[in-house]
Design a protein around this ligand. Structure first.
Ligand code: PLP
Length: 377
């Protein structure tokens, strides 16, 4: 079946995600110079709006002109020293990245391996932290490669009263969950622009607690949190900022704050629940045991290759992501980040049609119907 789309393809990948018109309008404006009052005012306003996303009033955060990995690296560089012992939770591609970064910067990394798709058992972390002098626990709140949720609140209970920093890659969690790092005992939070902030890639966020601030060193140059913080609290940056992305972020944060993070989380939770019920009706399985609400990682029905399914969906103008690393060809992943409730009707329709084309016995409309039932109840 040919679709002859006029509108090109729609992007349902867990980053980058589609950019709302309100933000695109801002991104398309003529550049302004950053060493101006206009930029400083906009930047300070952006910082105030960002605090609300974290239910926090602290100034302890910086934005870097980098993709999310930049702020992951900055966390390892700025809060730890060579020889520091850390635990990296490795349950997917991004957990592996924590371990690699730690080793690269001379830390002694204990890799806590978790089966892909499973969530870390906090007791395993507690056991290590009790026995050894662990300076940090590095973990994903949302392990986007598997769609698994790691219980950072439970980990926070373990690290809170110790000399251990809880460093959370929240790249696909910030802007999704009603985040509260103080209450949850998180010391470092990393975010990225192309996920729930619905911006192009190129901006990362790094928030930290007072406990983490005491550990700040001055090892890094471009990624120096100390020198950036000094400038950024005054509305400036050490180097040329990603000006357009900062202005876009201000708009994005306005949108999120207008809806309110409590409602944003409710919306994603409903979307995720409906999507999963629908996919199960279509013979698919949800890959992770305890899934996040920012994306859904899916095992197609038996006998259907995930990458073939994706290819057929792409012919309809619907792009979803595949599996990464050892999950290549086995799963496909649908983003909820940046999506509206009815957008899932579009992607689920494509899943149904693609399954049918690949010979799966589907009753067209069954998944979509289930989804609508779930979100309306
Ligand atoms: C959980 C997680 N961590 C880290 C990254 C890496 O971020 P970036 O590609 O922006 O450097 C991603 C990107 O998909 C991610 O989902």
């Amino acid at each position: 079946m040919k679709f002859y789309n006029f509108k090109g393809e729609r992007v349902f990948t867990p980053g980058p995600v589609e950019i709302p018109d309100r933000i695109r309008e801002v991104l398309g404006r003529q550049i302004i110079h950053h060493r101006t009052k206009e930029f400083t005012d906009a930047f300070l306003e952006t910082r105030e709006l960002f605090k609300k996303i974290l239910n926090n009033s602290s100034d302890n955060f910086v934005f870097f002109a980098s993709s999310g990995t930049g702020s992951m690296e900055a966390s390892v560089q700025n809060f730890f020293s060579p020889g520091d012992k850390v635990v990296a939770v490795v349950g997917g591609k991004f957990g592996e990245r924590w371990a690699e970064l730690g080793k690269k910067w001379g830390l002694e990394v204990i890799e806590l391996r978790v089966e892909w798709g499973k969530s870390v058992d906090p007791e395993r972390v507690e056991e290590i932290v009790k026995k050894e002098n662990i300076k940090g626990v590095l973990v994903q709140m949302s392990e986007s490669s598997t769609g698994a949720y790691h219980d950072v609140k439970a980990l926070g209970e373990i690290t809170k009263e110790r000399d251990t920093l809880l460093v959370v890659d929240a790249i696909t969690a910030l802007g999704v969950y009603n985040f509260n790092p103080d209450e949850w005992g998180i010391d470092v939070v990393v975010g990225g622009s192309q996920k729930a902030f619905m911006l192009p890639p190129g901006l990362s966020m790094l928030w930290f607690s007072e406990k983490a601030k005491e550990r700040l060193n001055d090892r890094a140059y471009y990624f120096s949190v100390k020198s950036e913080l000094k400038k950024q609290v005054e509305g400036q940056t050490a180097f040329t900022p990603a000006i357009s992305l900062i202005l876009g972020l201000r708009e994005s944060l306005k949108i999120l704050n207008e809806v309110g993070m409590e409602n944003v989380e409710k919306k994603y939770e409903r979307m995720a629940r409906g999507t999963r019920e629908a996919l199960k009706e279509l013979g698919c399985k949800i890959f992770p045991e305890n899934p996040v609400i920012s994306l859904t990682a899916v095992l197609p029905p038996q006998g259907i290759d995930a990458d073939r399914l994706r290819k057929v969906m792409l012919e309809m103008g619907v792009r979803v992501a595949g599996g990464q690393g050892k999950l290549k060809g086995k799963i496909f992943r649908i983003s909820h980040m940046g999506m509206d409730l009815l957008d899932m009707v579009h992607v689920l329709s494509a899943v149904e049609l693609a399954l049918k084309e690949l010979g799966s016995k589907v009753e067209l409309g069954k998944g979509v119907g289930t989804y609508l039932e779930v979100i309306s109840s």
